[in-house]
Structure formats: C-alpha cells, structure tokens
Ligand binder design. Structure first.
Ligand code: G3I
Length: 361
C-alpha cells in the first residue's frame, strides 16, 4: 500500500519552514519522533575518511553536542567510514573493531538501527589488499573470511548491509577498478551476498550506488542484475539510491519511478546517503533562494521514498556542514547538509520534518 502524501499540506509546510526561526534543539520535535512508524530516519556517523585530515578530533567520539543531535534526531545510523575495509581491516591479520563497536553500542543505547557500509567496493581498500599479490583462490578466501568476520561480529545488530557498493560505472558496465570483480569475475557478487546471509540471516542485504536517481543504463544494469540474482535465489533484499545530489544537475524528480521498479521485483528500497550540494557564492553564504531550492530537493527525495511501499529507510550523509565530505571533494560547492556548523537548522531540515509529520498522520 502506498503512503499518501498530501501535496498541498507539504507545499504549505515548506513555505512555513522557510520563515521559521532557527532553533538549536531543546524541546522541538525531532525528525525521528514525527516520522511514519515504518520509516527509519538515518544519518552517516562522522569519522575516518576525510575527517582524518581535518583540524578536529574524531567527531563521533569527541563532539558532545554532535552526539546529542545524533541521538535525538535519528533512529538509524550508518558508519561513514568505520566499517570500510581500510578502517576495520587495516592489516591482513588485524581487525580494528573499536570505532565500529562504539557506534553499534551507541545505536543500541539510543534506539537506533545500524546500516552496515560496506563489504564489496572498489574504494577505501587497504594497501595490503590493493598492493598484495594473491592467487584467485586466496583473494576469494580473503573476501569470504572478511565478510564472515565483520558481518558475524555484528550479527543481529545490523538492520541493513550495503553488501555491494558502486559496482557499475556510468555506462552500466562493471567497474574495472573493483578488485573483486576484476580478479574473480562478477559471480563474486552473488557469493558475497550468500556469505553475508550465512553470517547474519536476519540482516537485509543491499545493492547501493549513486547516479541511479534517474532512469538510464546504470539503473537498467542494476535491474538486470537484481533479476538475475533473484532468479538464482541469491539472498538479495534491497536496492538503494545514495542520492548525492548537486543543484547543478536538477531535482531527482524521477526517483520514485526508479525505486518502484525495484519494489516491483519484491525488493526493499532505501535512500542511503542523501545530501544536496550547491555552488557557494562569494563569501560562502548560500542565498535564501538557494536554501529554498535545496529544501525542495530534500523533499523530492523524501517524497520518492514515501511514495514507494518498501522504502523503509531514509538516510542523509551527515547532518551538519561542520563534518560534510562535500567541500573536501568539491571545493567550489558546499552547504550540502540540513544543519549549519553549529547545528542550527536550515530550511531543508524543517521541510523534511514537516513532510515526515504529514506522512505519519
Ligand atoms: O587514501 C588516502 C590516503 O592515501 C591518504 O593517506 C589519506 C590522508 O590524506 O587520505 C586517503 O583518502 C581519503 C579517503 O577517505 C580514505 O580514507 C580521502 O582523502 C577522503 O576524502 C575520503 O573520504 C571518504 C570518502 O567516502 C572516500 O570515498 C568520506 O569521508 C566519506 O564520506 C565518503 O563516503 C562515500 C560513501 O562511502 C559511498 N558513497 C559516496 C560517499 C561520498 O564520497
């Protein structure tokens, strides 16, 4: 059954949000408290990756106001880097579970589920893996052992795993940079799902990518792969759109249709890494018009998820500009999240909250 979203109500809510005074938190309602009961509202948990080069200590560990907002606003948490290979498996025979354990513990203490990210990816793999010389049999065993070790450690504590991340390029071909697919062939994808399922039979196992917000060859490639995996009885449970959006490229106005194609296959769907970056004017402060457009992109993405029955997880890739990956990768762009550096809220935040509240009724 589709959730009903009242367009009129949400348009009015969006306009109201734009003139609403900034609130720092306090007793204001949170995103998680107003959301439909069958929809998890998540965020990436900042740490590792680009944060290691920034002049601040680990955000999740040391930023108390950050932790308060994280606990208050969200009921799903995605380790931004802390479960990636280079972070959690830095040497061949050494795992670094501390940071991921801390997130899983925090999540349980705060009534949050966790999205595990990620198991089979071309990026952020450790040097020992990228530069090592292994036979095909050894590589296969390395992946299998990693999946059983990491998924097994968090068995029963992870709601969804991004098993295969960004495996297709923009032409709908398997990425040649992906060590697993390049060396072992695409059949390794099915194995990764099977191993993850054996290690944690209750976890929902996902394909996850960016650039799948509009129909095209990349979405076609995922649809064909999903059909094949399901025909082969591989434990694939979901397809996720990361939704890293830029105001240079327009609103994701066909996203509901894309998600519906996977829903029609019987899969769950999710939004896993939403942010909306913009070109920053001189001086760095976005205009009111830019913030309104950004809010509308956030809303279009949430509406797409709300319109599809099996879309039960909606995650933004960080909630404060203070820790966003965007300015590190796109120096001319920024302000991509729903809160300013001091956690005060942008129009996008209020638009999400009003849209969630309208959908819950
Ligand atoms: O690999 C280099 C290393 O050689 C160097 O010593 C080190 C210090 O400068 O930097 C390392 O690269 C960093 C990398 O993380 C690995 O730690 C990059 O500078 C850093 O920018 C990068 O950031 C992460 C990025 O993934 C890497 O792809 C971000 O923190 C993280 O937010 C981002 O998240 C990804 C999702 O996982 C998948 N979807 C896209 C999303 C945004 O890129």
């Amino acid at each position: 059954m589709k959730r009903t979203v009242l367009a009129v109500v949400t348009v009015l809510a969006t306009s109201a949000a734009l003139i609403q005074p900034v609130q720092a938190g306090g007793h204001a309602k949170s995103l998680r408290s107003v959301a439909p009961r069958d929809l998890r509202i998540g965020t990436a948990v900042a740490g590792g990756g680009h944060h290691l080069d920034q002049p601040y200590p680990d955000p999740f560990t040391y930023d108390k106001p950050y932790r308060r907002v994280l606990a208050k606003e969200f009921n799903s948490a995605s380790p931004e880097n802390q479960m990636k290979w280079e972070f959690i498996h830095p040497e061949r025979n050494k795992y670094n579970f501390g940071p991921a354990d801390a997130i899983v513990k925090f999540a349980r203490q705060n009534g949050q589920v966790v999205r595990g990210h990620t198991l089979l990816w071309h990026s952020q793999n450790p040097a020992w893996l990228n530069e090592g010389t292994f036979t095909k049999a050894e590589l296969r065993q390395i992946l299998k052992s990693h999946i059983f070790t990491v998924v097994g450690r968090y068995k029963g504590k992870i709601q969804q795993w991004d098993v295969a991340n960004e495996i297709f390029n923009e032409n709908g071909e398997y990425r040649s940079e992906n060590i697993w697919i390049r060396e072992l062939g695409p059949g390794i994808i099915a194995d990764a799902f099977r191993w993850a399922h054996q290690a944690d039979p209750k976890a929902q196992l996902f394909l996850n990518d960016y650039g799948v917000e509009w129909p095209g060859v990349k979405v076609d490639a995922y649809e064909a792969l999903a059909k094949q995996l399901l025909a082969d009885r591989v434990p694939l449970h979901g397809f996720a759109s990361q939704a890293h959006l830029s105001m240079r490229y327009g609103a994701p106005d066909q996203l509901a249709g894309v998600l519906q194609r996977f829903d029609d296959l019987g899969l769950k769907t999710a939004i896993t890494e939403l942010d909306v970056r913009m070109d920053l004017p001189e001086g760095g402060a976005p205009t009111a018009e830019q913030l309104a457009t950004q809010a509308s992109y956030y809303k279009t993405t949430l509406d797409a998820c709300l319109a599809v029955a099996g879309c039960n997880s909606f995650t933004i890739w960080g909630f404060t500009d203070k820790y966003s990956w965007v300015p590190v990768f796109f120096p001319a762009e920024g302000a991509a999240t729903v809160m300013w550096d001091d956690f005060t809220k942008k129009p996008a935040y209020y638009t999400l909250r009003d849209t969630l509240a309208a959908a819950r009724r």
